[in-house]
Design a protein around this ligand. Structure first.
Ligand SMILES: [Zn+2]
Length: 291
C-alpha cells in the first residue's frame, strides 16, 4: 500500500518544495515528545505520537510545515522503568536551539514548539527565549497536553499518565500500538491526582523525583472504552482549537513587539553592549588575573 504523503511534513517534501512552502508561509511547527513508559497498554512513544498528530492537525489551519518530531525528552521521573530514555535538560535545550536556528536560516520567521511532555517545559522555555532574543524568531511554545486537559479533561477523566486522553492520542494515528485489553493495574486515582496537582501548580512548584510516588504501576486513569472514532474527533477538535488560539497569540505578538528584522538588530545591539561591557571589565582587572 502506498501511503499518501502529507504536504506538511518537512521530512517528506523535497528541497524545492520546502523553499516554496517557506516562501508562501514562514511558519514551522516542531512537535516535542518523550520516550517513557506508559504502562502495559500504551507505547513508550505515546507523547511523540500525540505531538505529531496534533501538530499535523494544527498545521493545516496555519499553512505551516511540521518538522520531524523530536522524540526524546527530559524525563528522569520515569527512569525507574526500563521503557524510558531521558535527555539532560541542557541537551534538549541545545537540540531545540539548533533546530530553530536551522529553519530560521531558511526563512522561517514564526516558530511554534508544540509540546506534549511536561518534563520538557523548562528546557523549551530557555531554548525559545534564545531563538527569539538572539535570532529574532517569533516563538510560541504550546503546551498541547494542557489545552487537551482544559477541553477534554472533564469527559476523559482528566489528563492522566496513561489515561484516556493519551490513549486517544495514539489511537488516532497508530491504533495497532494500543492494547486496551492490557490496561489493568491502574494506580489509585486519588493518589495520582494529588501528585498531578502538586506538580502542575502555578504558584508552588515542588520537585518530584520518581513517578512511582504518583502510582507504583507508573500510570493511572481509565482508558477503557476509548475508540478510534473518538480519537479522530479529539485530534481534529484539539488541532482546530490550538490553531485558533495560536493565530490569536501570533497576531497579538506581532502587534506588541517588533518583527524579526528589528528584533535581530536589537539582539545585535544588546550583544555589542555586552561585549563592550566585558572589554571594559577585562581592562579594569589587573593583567594576568583570571576573569
Ligand atoms: Zn505521556
Amino acid at each position: 500500500m502506498t501511503a499518501v504523503p502529507s504536504r506538511r511534513r518537512f521530512d517528506e517534501l523535497t528541497d524545492p518544495e520546502i523553499a516554496a512552502a517557506l516562501a508562501r508561509s514562514p511558519r514551522v511547527i516542531l512537535p516535542m515528545g518523550s520516550i517513557e513508559q506508559h504502562g502495559p497498554h500504551l507505547p513508550t512513544g505515546t507523547d511523540f505520537f500525540a505531538a505529531t498528530s496534533i501538530a499535523l492537525a494544527v498545521a493545516d489551519h496555519l499553512d505551516a510545515l511540521v518538522l520531524p518530531v523530536c522524540p526524546l525528552g527530559v524525563t528522569p521521573m520515569h527512569m525507574p522503568f526500563p521503557g524510558t530514555v531521558s535527555l539532560r535538560p541542557q541537551t534538549l535545550q541545545d537540540v531545540v536551539a539548533d533546530i530553530g536556528a536551522s529553519v530560521a536560516g531558511h526563512g522561517c520567521t514564526e516558530f511554534v514548539i508544540l509540546n506534549w511532555h511536561e518534563g520538557n517545559i523548562p528546557s523549551l522555555a530557555l531554548a525559545a527565549e534564545h531563538l527569539h532574543r538572539d535570532l529574532g524568531l517569533a516563538v510560541v511554545v504550546v503546551q498541547a497536553c494542557y489545552v487537551a486537559e482544559e477541553r477534554y479533561g472533564p469527559q476523559a477523566g482528566g489528563l492522566t499518565h496513561g489515561g484516556k486522553i493519551e490513549a486517544w492520542s495514539v489511537l488516532s494515528c497508530r491504533p495497532d500500538l494500543v492494547h486496551l485489553d492490557r490496561a489493568a493495574g491502574s494506580g489509585d486515582r486519588r493518589q495520582g491526582e494529588l501528585v498531578d496537582r502538586l506538580r502542575r501548580d502555578r504558584a508552588f512548584q515542588p520537585v518530584l523525583t520518581d513517578v512511582r510516588t504518583m502510582s507504583p504501576a507508573g500510570w493511572y486513569g481509565d482508558p477503557a472504552g476509548a475508540t478510534e472514532q473518538e480519537a479522530r474527533e479529539f485530534v481534529a477538535g484539539l488541532g482546530a482549537e490550538i490553531a485558533d488560539r495560536l493565530i490569536g497569540v501570533l497576531d497579538a505578538l506581532a502587534q506588541v513587539q517588533p518583527g524579526p528584522a528589528q528584533a535581530q538588530a536589537r539582539g545585535a545591539q544588546a550583544r555589542g553592549a555586552q561585549a563592550r561591557g566585558a572589554q571594559r571589565g577585562a581592562s579594569a582587572r589587573a593583567p594576568g588575573l583570571p576573569a
